[in-house]
Design a protein around this ligand. Structure first.
Ligand code: GDP
Ligand code: MG
Length: 246
């Protein structure tokens, strides 16, 4: 039985679905899926064109797998997952490479108190284990986070964290555009921009190093894409004011 969401889990009312974007993660996906199943009602893996046994391993571990023929990016995969998890009350996003700990899912769910729309598992108020982040990514994250907080007058510590819990009702009020590693910041800013403003909280989590392969994130290309996404979102208000809806 999963952790409580507003005390609803005990009443069986809040359905928690974990959505995992996975690309060439065969060595770790089964363990991540198994870990998530202990804390959720269902686990959905979105695999867009992996060349290894990611889908088979995920299925073997008990996940529902949505397979796309060609690679479209982490953001695209998560957006497909959100569409498919239409029966969820709460969605949890977690990476497939074992860097996030599924046993911390109950902490996210517990922090999703009444009135809270999204809980971000912040690595910056939590812990990076040795080797879990490169110096360039740490510096880039701080710089981009500073830009975001200045432009949106927020005090977020980890807008790029993929490990989070979000209410489906809140997601339904957002229009998400990102296709790659700009997805996390896009979801956050879309949520903050809904009329009345979504309520977001952060809790500390632990981030482990990657156990196999390499990150697909290119610090320069994806850092630039994230910056463009932040600026694009910042222009939404003046665009709306001028009647230039998107
Ligand atoms: N489905 C899908 N998942 C992706 C894609 N790119 C990255 N991911 C997943 O997103 C998560 C984070 O990716 P990773 O490259 O490790 O980025 P980092 O942890 O931010 O360095 C992992 O679960 C990846 O398998 C993609 O193109 N498609
Ligand atoms: Mg990773």
């Amino acid at each position: 039985m999963a952790a409580s969401v507003d005390g609803q889990r005990e009443r069986g009312a809040a359905r928690v679905v974990v959505v995992i974007p996975a690309y060439n993660e065969a060595p770790t996906i089964a363990r991540v899926v198994a870990g998530c199943r202990a804390h959720a009602d269902a686990v959905l893996v979105v695999d867009d064109g992996s060349r290894d046994a990611t889908s088979a391993e995920a299925e073997r571990a008990g996940a529902r797998v949505h397979r796309l023929a060609r690679n479209r990016g982490k953001g695209w995969a998560l957006r497909e997952g959100i569409e498919l998890a239409a029966d969820a009350d709460v969605l949890v996003f977690i990476d497939a490479d074992g860097q996030d700990d599924p046993d911390e899912i109950p902490l996210l769910l517990r922090a999703l108190a009444p009135g809270v729309d999204m809980v971000i598992g912040s690595r910056f108020i939590g812990t990076f284990e040795p080797g879990a982040i490169t110096m360039i990514n740490r510096l880039g994250s701080h710089a981009l986070c500073g830009v975001l907080n200045a432009l949106f007058r927020t005090r977020v510590t980890d807008p790029f964290a993929g490990f989070r819990a979000i209410r489906r009702a809140a997601l339904e009020r957002c229009s998400i555009r990102a296709e790659r590693y700009d997805i996390e910041v896009d979801v956050l800013l879309a949520l903050l921009q809904v009329p009345g403003g979504g309520r977001v909280v952060e809790i500390p989590v632990r981030r482990s190093p990657r156990e196999h392969g390499a990150s697909g994130l290119d610090s320069v290309v994806d850092g630039t894409r994230i910056l463009c996404r932040i600026l694009d979102r910042r222009l939404d208000a003046p665009r709306a004011w001028l009647g230039w809806g998107r």
